[in-house]
Design a protein around this ligand. Structure first.
Ligand code: PLP
Length: 488
């Protein structure tokens, strides 16, 4: 029966028409994925396109077809296109058709995963158990989905801080008079979000010791031990060491076994930033490089990178749930939960992290793991490492190009040889991006500006490497001629 009073429902009056429009929208996204290789990777946003999104708040409606058309013409072509096989600029995943469909199902359900006794939470707990087993954590382990590893690393620092200062620091604050100031350690190659986490945690970035690295870009273990000894002698309290499983710059893997040994000996919390590399556990060829990750007290990882789950899908795992509850739970709330009804099932995710309202990130992750299987996902990761080795080999055929860092995993840092190489290589990268041929990025390795190619996407193949190398060579020669009049 159509309602006679003013209809405030957001559902359509004509479901048939909506279904047809929905099919067209879905088809457009299947087309996008199926034909993505034919598109430019990226194209600069024209000023009028940008201007189109400076409109006043819409008081009245436009038809769905019209909003869809605007999305297809004004938004989609100007995305950063990390789903494209020649997007190699940053460590970003490619997504997948299965992940997209699962995300649609989750949005339709509109579940809020903060808590309550609901089956979507069992899907999330399924993944917690899978991660616990994958990383050989004990049965006491707990975890939850978060936006990304920036948040998971922040939470790792917070749990470590609460462990060091005691749960009453949540009441008293982090700088009790007379207490020794806390200090933490991470390799100089650690992700910038670790520094940010120290800042947000109120400990200050100066309390993070940047440990020098060895010639393989791994944390230098000797230096770590020396820094800890010096800090203790100065009356400070070392409380945390962060190891990185795959650095964002060069893909270096810290020696997690040795770091764990020092952490145990010095009673430090051992957190691993596995944003890039942790899921390499799914590949028999990569897993041995991660040895020692099973000794971590807490772990950050991203399903949206190597795991190819659509954004966002970060994950935080803790060895002992008690530490996570002590840090995040509000005891008055969680101890007062019900035995029956929707209020049962404590502890809830809201007791294990910051967020109360949470989306159903677990669903797209569950679909991805189930529908591709972890053998294939592991093979994708191994394939990206093989691509990096192939690129390293093929670089040798280009006398103008040189390798700038060891290739430990899936990242290749290289550059065009030239006078004024730092400036020229930065321009080559912008030229490549604007050409639409490929998107590498610029980074700094041992003081040199270099071109970085990070292979993460499951769609990338060897032919993409040749296109990237050819284009780099051509643009390098053109740039260099303009800059210095010779190739140096
Ligand atoms: C990507 C990355 C991060 C940050 O993770 P987000 O998911 O982008 O928040 C942290 N550490 C490393 C090593 C990374 O590669």
């Amino acid at each position: 029966m159509p309602p006679t009073s003013p209809n405030t429902s957001l559902d359509p009056t004509d479901w048939r028409a909506l279904r047809q429009q929905g099919h067209r929208m879905l088809d457009d996204m299947f087309d996008y994925m199926e034909n993505i290789r034919q598109r430019p990777v990226w194209q600069p946003i024209a000023p009028e396109q940008r201007q189109a999104f400076r409109e006043p708040l819409p008081r009245s409606a436009i038809p769905l077809e019209q909003a869809h058309a605007r999305y297809m013409t004004e938004v989609l072509p100007f995305a950063s296109a990390n789903s494209h096989p020649r997007f190699v600029g940053w460590v970003q995943g490619g997504g997948s058709p299965v992940g997209m469909l699962a995300e649609m199902l989750a949005a339709g359900l509109n579940a809020n995963l903060g808590g309550r006794d609901q089956m979507p939470l069992e899907v999330e707990r399924q993944i917690v158990h899978w991660m616990r087993d994958l990383f050989q954590f004990p049965d006491t382990a707990s975890g939850l989905f978060v936006t990304g590893s920036s948040t998971a690393n922040l939470m790792g620092v917070l749990v470590a801080r609460t462990r060091a200062l005691g749960a009453d620091s949540r009441f008293k604050g982090v700088n009790p008079p007379g207490a020794a100031p806390l200090v933490a350690y991470a390799a100089s190659t650690a992700h910038s979000c670790i520094t940010k986490a120290m800042d947000i945690n109120g400990l200050g970035t100066q309390a993070l010791r940047m440990v020098p690295v060895n010639d393989q870009d791994q944390m230098d273990i000797e230096s770590l031990a020396q820094l800890i000894a010096a800090d203790k002698a100065a009356g400070l309290q070392p409380f945390l060491v962060v190891g990185t499983a795959g650095t964002v710059n060069t893909g270096a893997m810290d020696d997690l076994v040795s770091i764990a040994a020092i952490a145990r000996q010095e009673s430090l919390w051992f957190h691993v930033d596995g944003a890039l590399g942790a899921l390499g556990m799914l590949s028999p060829t990569i897993a041995p490089l991660l040895k020692g990750i099973e000794l971590a007290d807490s772990l950050a990882l991203d399903f949206h990178k190597w795991g190819q789950v659509p954004y966002d899908a970060g994950f935080f795992l803790v060895r002992d749930e008690l530490d996570q509850l002590n840090t995040f739970a509000s005891p008055t709330a969680y101890l007062a939960r019900h035995e029956r009804g929707l209020g049962a099932g404590s502890p809830w995710p809201c007791d294990l992290g910051f967020d109360l309202s949470r989306s159903f990130r677990a669903l797209k992750t569950w679909f991805t793991l189930m529908c591709y299987g972890t053998d294939q996902l592991g093979a994708v990761m191994a394939h990206t490492c093989a691509l990096a080795q192939t690129m390293k080999q093929r670089l040798q055929a280009y006398p103008d190009l040189e390798l700038m860092a060891p290739v430990a995993l899936n990242i290749v840092c290289f550059r065009f040889r030239c006078d004024n190489a730092d400036a020229v290589n930065a321009e080559i990268v912008a030229d490549l991006q604007e050409s639409g041929i490929a998107v590498p990025s610029v980074t700094t390795v041992h003081g040199h500006t270099v071109i970085r190619a990070a292979f993460v996407n499951h769609r990338t193949v060897e032919a993409d490497i040749d296109l990237l190398l050819e284009a780099t060579q051509a643009m390098g020669q053109a740039r260099c001629q303009r800059h210095c009049g010779n190739k140096g």
